[in-house]
Design a protein. Structure first.
Length: 478
């Protein structure tokens, strides 16, 4: 039978009509009031059962998370908290749920740690249904932004023979048997016997392949899964996550910073405009969480204030050298409050440094640029000083780095020399070097970890809570 979404029922322009709703029971009170939710909205619709004329065996089956269908009249609600309710005429149990065995007892406010162990069911809670709706809206906004700007969406390979970051922390892809792996004379694995005839891995980035397409299509973007075998068990890292990576021919570093700032503001505003109810709920949730912290650790802004802070402020552009001077002279550094003290130019900035610059010093989003070449990837364009590259990172309150990008090195001779110094095999990246041999041009791009964007917009503090099924060290459940 056709049914109407709860969201549409609650926004209905008229009442006194017969409707059908289907969803999952959140609560059932006094054998009479069902709070029904179908995932279309943070709000439940109240369904009022005529318990005197409903068989006892049916009433007993109306339990938390049971799937039901109700048909009845949509009327103005007599109770507070909702505009409409359904006066139930017909009720059908579509799928039973044993309330004693259902692992998530909503009335007990289960911890986020416990809910991660129930990733297949946690989306039935208010918090996770809100997070996943916001994630979906942000995903749509990403595509809409680039499509409206005339970018071409490119699907780069998930299985690759190249390491875009040069970090080596990659998941190997192989069809070779664990027992009896073919070996070369020197004892190394003979990958010529493998499925692809060479060593292959899950991609850490689609950037290198996207660059080749930008050098023909002008402006492209990727939005897909990436993988890092980094044994980092923190609240900011995942082994599998989604990356947004635009690449634009003829863009220099300044153009790249303009694009990144405009893009971020667009998608954040789209979420603010289209997820009002979910963000209001998540703001209240965050405020309750903040109350548990010591006063000094509490955020000065509510969630929506933080989002509007990004929308209303121009991102401050600061060179790495200037940032190092600020950090070196800062009170936390002088009083040795930083875990990683800043004492010399060339240090790789940590999250604590990035957050200090954003939250304490500049008090607005910050774009750092012109980093030391030694701490950045081989493909970034070398500046005239010979020691810095045209790299840029965007730093956000509460998150730290949310975007990393650069103007790419378009000069063949310089790129080859950098690869030699870093021990990167030219033959492995012959196809990448071809774009510098045939019609090279200035071009730039950046990568934005989608989960970090969702983390910021939802106000969550652990990245494992903004992806449906998190993949982390020692955890590949579900």
């Amino acid at each position: 039978m056709k049914h109407t979404k709860v969201k549409d029922l609650l926004n209905s322009p008229k009442t006194l009509q017969e409707v059908t709703a289907k969803g999952w029971v959140r609560t059932f009170r006094n054998n009479q009031f069902i709070a029904l939710n179908d995932g279309s909205t943070i709000h439940n619709i109240q369904c009022v059962v005529d318990f005197e004329n409903t068989p006892e065996e049916i009433l007993k089956r109306i339990t938390t998370s049971a799937a039901i269908s109700v048909t009845g009249d949509l009327v103005e609600s007599q109770g507070a908290g909702q505009k409409y309710e359904i006066q139930v005429k017909k009720l059908e149990i579509l799928g039973d749920s044993d309330a004693e065995k259902f692992p998530i007892q909503l009335r007990n406010r289960p911890s986020l740690e416990f809910l991660r162990e129930q990733a297949h069911l946690r989306v039935r809670t208010n918090a996770f249904s809100a997070i996943m709706r916001v994630r979906s809206v942000l995903s749509f906004a990403v595509h809409q932004y680039f499509q409206q700007k005339g970018f071409v969406y490119v699907n780069t390979p998930i299985v690759t023979g190249s390491d875009a970051e040069g970090a080596g922390e990659m998941f190997r892809v192989s069809a070779l048997p664990f027992d009896g792996t073919p070996r070369n004379e020197d004892g190394s694995v003979n990958f010529k016997e493998d499925f692809f005839g060479k060593e292959t891995n899950l991609t850490v980035s689609g950037q290198l392949e996207a660059e080749t397409y930008a050098m023909a299509l002008g402006q492209v973007y990727t939005f897909g899964p990436t993988f890092r075998a980094e044994n980092s068990n923190t609240s900011r890292h995942l082994a599998e996550f989604w990356m947004i990576e635009p690449e634009v021919a003829f863009n220099d570093l300044a153009d790249n910073m303009d694009l990144a700032e405009d893009f971020i503001k667009y998608v954040v505003k789209y979420a603010v405009d289209n997820c009002a109810d979910d963000l209001k709920f998540l703001e209240t949730r965050l405020a309750d969480e903040e109350k548990q912290k010591p006063q000094a650790e509490r955020s000065e802004m509510t969630l929506l204030e933080k989002l509007n802070f990004v929308l209303e402020n121009n991102f401050k552009r600061v060179s790495y050298t200037e940032a190092i001077d600020i950090l070196r002279d800062s009170t936390p550094n002088k009083k040795k409050k930083f875990q990683y003290l800043i004492d010399e130019w060339g240090a790789d900035l940590q999250s604590e440094h990035e957050r200090f610059l954003v939250e304490k010093h500049f008090k607005c989003p910050v774009i750092l640029f012109d980093y030391p070449a030694k701490i950045k990837a081989f493909y970034m364009r070398l500046n005239e000083d010979g020691k810095t590259v045209r790299a840029m990172d965007i730093l956000f309150p509460g998150i730290g780095e949310i975007v990393g990008g650069s103007q790419r090195e378009e000069r063949l001779d310089v790129l080859i020399e950098k690869m030699k110094v870093l021990g990167i095999d030219e033959e492995e990246l012959w196809w990448y070097l071809d774009t510098r041999r045939f019609g090279t041009a200035v071009h730039s791009g950046f990568g934005l970890g989608f989960e970090r964007l969702v983390l910021f917009v939802t106000g969550m503090t652990n990245i494992r809570d903004v992806i449906p099924f998190p993949r982390t060290p020692q955890n590949a459940e579900f």
